[in-house]
Design a protein. Structure first.
Length: 163
């Protein structure tokens, strides 16, 4: 379990710094394009693609970091209104559903990344596998973060069972 926790610390750092990087790219490219368009009367053809692909990466990495910080939608009122045994069953089912979903989306994203290897973007000629890779990377991180929480919930983690 310690190895998983250490791996997840690395994943969170990677996701955090990646989110910062791609948000910084967006924060530079979009004002650059606006100033270029309205002040200098010149448009670039690459700025739209760069900002769109950066947004995809920032969304997936930021979503994974947000998952770790507890920003996801929860049904706390439902879980708190049922008996403890039912609540534990609901949490167990929620973890399994999330793991299944993240695993399937990782597979789908990996398929899209591989499938689009020969496709290039129209403006900058970027191989489309790079923007599509945000899907499997983000869902990979989400899967392992949820797996750690699930194992902790089962009592296998260092924090004990979280009923």
């Amino acid at each position: 379990m310690r190895a998983l926790e250490g791996f997840n610390v690395f994943l969170i750092r990677f996701g955090s710094w990646g989110t910062i990087l791609f948000m910084a790219v967006i924060g530079i490219v979009i004002p650059y394009e606006v100033i270029g368009r309205y002040v200098f009367q010149k448009m670039t053809i690459w700025s739209g693609e760069v900002s769109t692909y950066s947004l995809a990466w920032a969304s997936m990495l930021g979503g994974a970091v947000g998952l770790k910080k507890g920003y996801q939608v929860k049904m706390d009122s439902v879980v708190e209104s049922v008996p403890p045994a039912v609540a534990k069953g609901l949490k167990f089912l929620a973890y399994l559903t999330a793991l299944f979903f993240f695993g399937m989306m990782f597979g789908f994203g990996l398929f899209q990344t591989i499938y689009n290897w020969k496709q290039t973007s129209p403006a900058i000629g970027l191989i489309m596998s790079f923007p599509y890779a945000s899907l499997p990377v983000g869902f990979f991180i989400m899967f392992f973060l949820t797996l750690e929480e699930f194992l902790t919930f089962l009592g296998w983690g260092s924090k004990g069972a979280a009923a």
